[in-house]
Write a protein that binds this ligand. Structure first.
Ligand code: 48H
Length: 239
């Protein structure tokens, strides 16, 4: 009941979603994160090909340091960190900063009314979704929403299904994720962290999928930097 109206609603508790949540909560915004799975962390637990290490570049290390995650220098410009320590620490700091994470909740739709902007989310239990039960959902209201759902950019997908090609992209639609190119992808993911539709910001892999940029494998610095960029953009808008 306390989270039916929030400042920012974030879909997906992967690295980009939790990082955005942490920065926004530290700035005293009321933040709810909705995560379909039982566990938070998205694709970060598995590191690179299930070796439990993530790689970050110098800029990404700033965020590891902020969270207090230990890292080792691999070579000039690149650092590695334990993926389990990374997820568990980011989660702990995010919750302690005041963000509320709701796991086992799936976002199935957006709320758009007279103003024509995204002003909330439509939620259901993940168990209902998995069992394909015909159970009507509930809504929550948010000043801003972040799609941090990873490769599938699910919130943007549902928006397009309902509203047509209305995005702030060259075609108005989803440009589609491009093949692996780590260096380019890491740079573009921060630039792609934008408001793609009024009230809806994309972050993390969702940003690269929507804006037509490559993937980057186990380099996770961009996910953290994109989460921070989304928080900064929203803090600037909401004041
Ligand atoms: C509730 C949902 C819904 C929904 C999805 O995939 P993630 O880890 O996302 P990012 O963008 O923070 O990080 C991406 C990274 O893990 C990755 O995949 C990389 C770097 N890949 C590079 C490459 O080359 O492959 O987390 C997204 C989270 C997950 O936990 C989902 O369960 C959750 O979002 N989610 N939650 N409602 N409709 N859709």
């Amino acid at each position: 009941m306390d989270y039916l109206v929030v400042d920012v609603a974030i879909v997906g508790a992967g690295p980009s979603g939790m990082t955005a949540a942490c920065y926004l909560a530290e700035d005293d915004f009321k933040v709810a994160v909705f995560e379909r799975k039982m566990s938070v962390g998205g694709g970060m637990w598995g590191g690179g090909m299930m070796f439990p290490r993530i790689v970050v570049q110098d800029e990404g290390k700033e965020i590891l340091d902020k969270f207090g995650i230990r890292s080792d220098k691999y070579e000039a410009g690149y650092w590695t960190a334990d993926s389990i320590e990374s997820v568990s620490t980011i989660c702990s700091k995010t919750v302690k900063a005041g963000a509320r994470i709701f796991n086992l909740i799936s976002v199935e739709d957006v709320m758009i009314r007279e103003k024509g902007v995204v002003e909330g989310l439509v939620l259901n239990w993940s168990a209902v979704e998995m069992a394909k039960l015909h159970v009507d959902p509930l809504t929550i209201k948010a000043d801003m929403v972040i799609d941090a759902t990873g490769h599938d950019c699910e919130v943007v997908n549902v928006l397009l299904r309902k509203m047509g090609n209305v995005l702030n992209t060259p075609t108005g639609g989803i440009m589609g994720e491009k093949p692996m190119w780590a260096e380019a992808a890491e740079e573009s993911v921060v630039n792609n962290t934008v408001e793609v539709y009024p009230g809806l910001v994309v972050a993390g892999m969702s940003a690269n999928a929507v804006m037509g940029s490559p993937r980057m494998g186990p380099i996770f610095g961009g996910m953290l930097l994109s989460g921070r960029a989304a928080a900064k953009l929203i803090a600037g808008k909401l004041g």
